[in-house]
Design a protein around this ligand. Structure first.
Ligand code: SF4
Length: 128
């Protein structure tokens, strides 16, 4: 599935009031026939990104599509400050590994530095 098609589906779901739409409405919005949209959504469902639930629409069987995970792009500039990005221990870091984020002084220092930078800019109101 092309990334742009997936992005279009999530964009439509995010714009809806409750993060869900009928499968047929999604198909119409994307100019896809019922078979194409069903196949596409099935792939997203298998990846755990959406849920389809059977329902009735105008007395006919239909599917309601609900977004399960927020789908958003991460801009590298938003996390470039994180020590992990340049850490030589990245490959061996993790829960139960020789080094881990819990108690990592390099990670803690980079978070504190970013918090200070944001507070100077007046953007760190929610950072703690
Ligand atoms: S948590 Fe610490 S040790 Fe692990 S990758 Fe990040 S900076 Fe390196």
């Amino acid at each position: 599935m092309s990334e742009s098609l997936e992005e279009k589906i999530f964009s439509l779901l995010q714009k809806s009031d409750d993060g869900s739409m009928s499968q047929s409405d999604l198909g119409k919005a994307l100019k896809m026939n019922s078979r194409e949209i069903a196949r596409t959504l099935s792939k997203l469902e298998k990846r755990g990104l959406i849920k389809r639930a059977q329902t009735k629409e105008k007395g006919r069987n239909a599917y309601r599509v609900t977004m399960l995970k927020m789908h958003q792009k991460i801009d590298l500039n938003d996390v470039i400050w994180c020590a992990c990005l340049t850490c030589p221990d990245l490959e061996r870091c993790g829960k139960g590994q020789p080094v881990s984020p819990e108690g990592c002084t390099k990670l803690t220092a980079s978070i504190k530095a970013e918090q200070s930078r944001l507070s100077v800019l007046g953007e760190g109101k929610h950072a703690q």
